[in-house]
Ligand binder design. Structure first.
Ligand SMILES: CC(C)(COP(=O)(O)OP(=O)(O)OC[C@H]1O[C@@H](n2cnc3c(N)ncnc32)[C@H](O)[C@@H]1OP(=O)(O)O)[C@@H](O)C(=O)NCCC(=O)NCCS
Length: 160
C-alpha cells in the first residue's frame, strides 16, 4: 500500500465524481442550507493512491466563506480525510476567506466528532432543515447512520 497524494479536481474527474455522488449521496445533487449543488461542477480536491482515486472533497467559495460541500474518503483511517480538509483550509486562506464551514446531518456523529477534532466548532443546529432538503432531493433517506432519523442540519465552522 503506497502513500496517497492530494491534487485539485480536473475535468477528467467529472464523471467519476458524478458516479460517486450517486453511489454515496443518492443523487448527483447535494442540498445544503436549501442551496442545490451539482457535485461534479464544484472545485475541490481528489486523493489518489496507487493511481486510484481514494477520496474527494468539493467546496464552494462565496465571499469570505468557504463551504466544504462534500467529503468522502474511500480508504478510511489513514489520513485522507484530514489531508483533504487541510487542502480546503489552504484554498480558503489563499482566497481570502474568513470562515471554513460545512453541514452534516444529525445522524453523522462520526463527522461531527471528526470535524471538531480537526479545529471545527459547532456553529448552529438547523432543526428540521432536512424536510426542506427532501422536497428538493427525495433520495435523502428517512433513517440514517445507526438507525438515527435524519432531521437536522448541523453546521460546523472554523474561523480562519
Ligand atoms: C469522515 C471521513 C471523511 C473521514 O475520512 P478518513 O479518511 O477516515 O479520515 P482520516 O483518516 O484523516 O481520520 C480518521 C481517523 O483515522 C485516524 N488516523 C489517520 N491516520 C492514521 C494512521 N496513519 N494510523 C492510525 N490512525 C490514523 C485519525 O486520527 C482519525 O481518527 P480520529 O477522528 O478519532 O482522530 C470518512 O469517514 C468518510 O468518508 N465518511 C463517510 C462520508 C461522510 O460522512 N462525509 C462527511 C459528510 S459531511
Amino acid at each position: 500500500m503506497g502513500a496517497f497524494s492530494i491534487r485539485p479536481i480536473s475535468g477528467e474527474d467529472r464523471q467519476w465524481i458524478a458516479d460517486l455522488m450517486v453511489d454515496h449521496w443518492g443523487a448527483e445533487i447535494v442540498v445544503s442550507r436549501g442551496v442545490v449543488y451539482t457535485g461534479a461542477d464544484l472545485p475541490g480536491f481528489i486523493a489518489e493512491m496507487d493511481g486510484e482515486r481514494v477520496g474527494l472533497l468539493t467546496l464552494n467559495i462565496a465571499g469570505e466563506d468557504c463551504e466544504i460541500v462534500t467529503l468522502d474518503s474511500l480508504k478510511e483511517g489513514i489520513g485522507i480525510g484530514a489531508a483533504l480538509i487541510d487542502a480546503a483550509r489552504q484554498t480558503a486562506l489563499d482566497a481570502g476567506c474568513r470562515r471554513l464551514w460545512f453541514i452534516t446531518t444529525n445522524d453523522n456523529l462520526h463527522m461531527i466528532g471528526f470535524g471538531q477534532k480537526r479545529g471545527f466548532e459547532l456553529a448552529a443546529v438547523h432543526r428540521g432543515a432536512i424536510a426542506v432538503s427532501r422536497k428538493i432531493k427525495p433520495q435523502i433517506p428517512a433513517i440514517g447512520i445507526d438507525g438515527i432519523p435524519i432531521r437536522d442540519e448541523i453546521e460546523l465552522e472554523m474561523i480562519l
